[in-house]
Design a protein around this ligand. Structure first.
Ligand code: SF4
Length: 363
């Protein structure tokens, strides 16, 4: 198979730009074209949800490092991509798969590539290779896939989560901390949501650990989709709304310092996020907290308000150091009218614009 046909087979989630598979990632409000590909889809492992599990009949291909580096460099030189994401199935020993991936990354840098490089590590790879990856990638990560040990043993029978994943993620953190300035875009991981009976509660608890203990920059959630000729081919797909709510909750943890326990009121009795913006769910279950007074609310209380993010909360505190809010209309003048969307949840000296109940349960 020719190199471009192989790229079509091994590229991940891409759209096509004149027959070249390009993945469009969104970063800081901007679309960034990436070459996002597997180095190989030969796999020795047998994860139950995966199209490339070793027991499944499928077309298998691999790149050798020089040809993959060459393809990526040419696409970057031509301005078709701004970044490269490399991952791989685990062909043989995890270190062999890592060496092929890092070999391509090293050659790419040697060609003079200065674009964004995102490397997905193999579970169980050696410390030496984790160290090499931190010297090459702007972002590195390793997929955790599931928060629950028993479920992981079922869906990823070849992998020990404690040793092959958590220990390696810790190594990533330690290596990145040892050499400040490297891995500038941080560490990441991914859950596959709905491949087992894990709850959102379990996913959020693990996400909180990953964000606070290992300071992961980003946690991705990929909704499970059944694949024919796998043990999970008859399992229902994960609803998109579930993935969306998990992202909303994880951004509240990462950007707003919400803690895992803060989400408890937003979960239903089975431990799943209700299909509602988690902040609005918190309003519904804690109406007694609102409205919060703009002149006395703490930073954390302000962050609970739908429509107020960390930037606005900090501005409110800065304004309060110099003066106070005299009324809600004075607040809109000082903070800008965009904050008016938060009006139902705010008060100034007892003054409220609208009855909160009308917003929680609109007629
Ligand atoms: S190790 Fe990766 S590629 Fe291999 S079966 Fe598991 S998920 Fe699929």
């Amino acid at each position: 198979m020719g190199r471009w046909s192989r790229l079509n087979l091994l590229s991940l989630g891409a759209n096509y730009d004149r027959c070249v598979p390009i993945y469009h990632s969104v970063a800081q409000g901007r679309t960034v074209p990436l070459l996002k590909t597997l180095v190989s889809n030969y796999c020795t492992n047998n994860c139950t949800y995966c199209a490339f599990r070793c027991e499944r009949q499928t077309h298998r291909e691999r790149f050798n490092p020089p040809e993959l580096a060459d393809i990526a460099f040419k696409l970057w030189e031509q301005g078709k991509i701004e970044g490269v994401f490399l991952s791989s199935s685990v062909e043989g020993d995890p270190d062999d798969a890592m060496r092929r991936e890092l070999g391509a990354a090293e050659l790419l840098r040697e060609h003079g590539y200065t674009g964004y490089l995102h490397l997905r590590l193999m579970p169980g790879s050696s410390r030496d290779l984790v160290r090499r990856a931190t010297g090459l990638g702007d972002r590195i990560g390793l997929n955790i896939e599931n928060p629950e040990k028993t479920a992981l043993a079922e869906i990823r029978p070849d992998i020990d989560p404690k040793i092959d994943i958590w220990r390696r993620l810790r190594w990533c953190r330690e290596e990145a901390d040892r050499r400040p300035g490297l891995v500038s875009a941080g560490l990441d991981t991914q859950f596959i949501v709905g491949a087992s009976d894990e709850t959102d509660n379990q996913i959020l608890e693990t996400t909180h650990r990953l964000v606070t203990e290992l300071r992961l920059q980003r946690v991705y959630y990929s909704g499970f989709r059944p694949i024919k000729q796998t043990p999970l081919e008859n399992r229902a797909p994960c609803p998109e709304s579930r993935v969306y709510r998990l992202y909303q909750a994880s951004f509240l943890m990462r950007d707003y310092n919400f803690e895992f326990k803060d989400f408890q009121p937003a979960l239903d009795e089975k431990g799943f996020l209700r299909d509602l913006d988690p902040k609005l769910a918190l309003v519904q279950t804690n109406p007694e907290i609102f409205p919060v007074d703009l002149n006395s609310a703490t930073f954390k209380e302000l962050l609970l308000v739908p429509g107020i993010g960390p930037k606005t909360a900090r501005r409110i505190l800065t304004i309060r150091h110099q003066t106070s809010f005299e009324s809600l209309s004075d607040a809109w003048k000082k903070l800008g009218t965009r904050v008016k969307s938060a009006a139902p949840y705010l008060s100034v000296g007892g003054e409220r614009q609208t009855r909160l109940n009308d917003f929680i349960h609109p007629k």
